[in-house]
Design a protein around this ligand. Structure first.
Ligand SMILES: NC(=O)C1=CN([C@@H]2O[C@H](COP(=O)(O)OP(=O)(O)OC[C@H]3O[C@@H](n4cnc5c(N)ncnc54)[C@H](OP(=O)(O)O)[C@@H]3O)[C@@H](O)[C@H]2O)C=CC1
Ligand SMILES: N[C@@H](CC=O)C(=O)O
Length: 369
């Protein structure tokens, strides 16, 4: 067997040597469910021979750890770090990032989301699972879009923010870029609520299932963000804005599942107050069954408005077809006028979300190569 070795071509006389740009590095914010799954996936694929940028550092709200050794150990170290007393998060003063590095936001932090446009403006790419960049105040989403316009080679990877990487955002952006107009988006956009209402057959209390969904990593760090409709509000805003409709959060009518005493609970009180969900949901389920219907938490955007809430849908309704954490979303447009484009698949969980983050990282790294 012969081995072919490619030798560098001699530089042409007088030709300028290409400027050596340092290789992009990864900086991970968040070492919880999604962040640790992201590191595990990177290191698994790296061990299989995939070329991936190296980690510069990893950080949570308590500590920043150098990622240049074994990033899995760095995650363990970060997760074991003691609580930090107040003040700014550890990465703020010492992030040391340079142009072309890639920040991965695997937090649910509003403060971190406030930095997205700042990093883009500095030529640092962003990849995010955190929906508070494009799914919170319109001004913040517009600042992110403006920073991207001003730095055309700098990327904002947000596939993980809706459908945990299902090709929802991508499809909408491609339709719009092709001259289509999005007229309607309707569907089940919460993986945890999809799982809860798929499982909720009356044999177990709803609150018990919420704990299971939280422990499985399907809910937001605070499950009230799912139960109150906030998570679906954010996702619908992200989709609507991607469709070119610049909506403010208050434009979304949200029907929350949270009783007042649970909505007002401190984080430490949430677990014991989850039982307050049970009576109302048991009654809604009983009524739905009597009517030959099923409960589904649905978001809808169209020319008449944008809303989020629990619906009792006939058993045969297409939105009742999802199983487990499936998201199931219909997109109506000028092109898809008679029959909507339908996208369905798992919409929550550490593994799919970590894969979506890594897909975005790889797209950026390959574009930069
Ligand atoms: N779970 C899922 O299926 C999906 C989740 N997502 C999104 O992924 C994100 C992360 O979710 P998940 O992993 O479940 O959440 P976790 O609560 O498990 O982890 C959150 C992490 O963020 C860290 N963090 C919080 N504030 C800061 C800060 N200011 N600076 C640095 N780190 C900070 C926390 O650190 P500490 O431990 O020190 O508090 C923790 O490590 C969320 O935005 C969620 O919406 C998106 C799609 C699907
Ligand atoms: N909590 C979210 C996780 C993914 O975005 C959900 O339930 O869908």
């Amino acid at each position: 067997m012969s081995t072919v070795v490619s030798l560098p071509l001699p530089a042409r006389r007088g030709a300028r040597s290409p400027v050596q740009r340092p290789a992009p590095r990864l900086a991970l914010l968040g070492t919880g469910t999604v962040g640790s799954a992201f590191v595990a996936r990177c290191e698994r694929l790296r061990a299989q021979g995939m070329a991936l940028p190296a980690f510069a550092w990893l950080s949570n709200s308590r500590v920043l750890v150098n990622g240049e050794g074994d990033p899995r150990r760095a995650v363990e170290e970060a997760r074991a770090a003691p609580a930090r007393a107040g003040g700014r998060p550890p990465w703020v003063e010492n992030e040391g990032l340079r142009s072309d590095d890639i920040v991965i936001d695997a937090t649910a932090s509003d403060g971190v989301a406030g930095w997205h446009s700042e990093w883009l403006a500095r030529g640092i790419h962003m990849v995010t699972a955190n929906k508070l960049g494009n799914g919170a105040d319109l001004a913040r989403a517009q600042a992110i879009a403006a920073a991207q316009r001003e730095r055309p080679g700098v990327h904002y990877g947000d596939s993980a923010t809706v459908g945990a990487g299902l090709p929802l955002l991508r499809s909408i952006r491609e339709l719009v870029a092709g001259g289509d107009r999005i007229r309607m988006i309707e569907g089940v956009l919460s993986g945890s609520l999809a799982w809860l209402f798929d499982r909720y057959d009356g044999s177990r209390a709803f609150s018990e299932l919420v704990r299971e969904a939280r422990d499985a990593g399907f809910t937001e760090p605070d499950p009230r963000d799912d139960l109150g409709g906030e998570d679906v509000r954010r996702k619908l805003l992200i989709l609507a804005r991607a469709a070119g409709v610049p909506l403010e959060p208050h434009a979304v009518q949200v029907e929350s599942l949270l009783p007042e005493a649970l909505a007002q609970a401190t984080p430490a009180q949430v677990d014991e107050r989850l039982v307050l969900l049970d009576a109302d949901l048991a009654e809604r389920r009983r009524q739905a069954c009597a009517d030959g219907a099923q409960l589904r938490f649905v978001g809808r955007f169209d020319d008449d408005g944008i809303s989020v809430g629990l619906r009792a849908l006939p058993d045969a309704h297409p939105l009742c077809a999802g199983r487990g954490t499936d998201n199931l979303v219909a997109i109506g447009s000028c092109r898809y006028r008679e029959q909507p484009l339908v996208i369905r698949g798992p919409g929550a969980g550490a593994e799919v979300t970590a894969a979506a983050l890594l897909d975005d990282v790889l797209r950026i790294a390959r574009a930069a190569a």
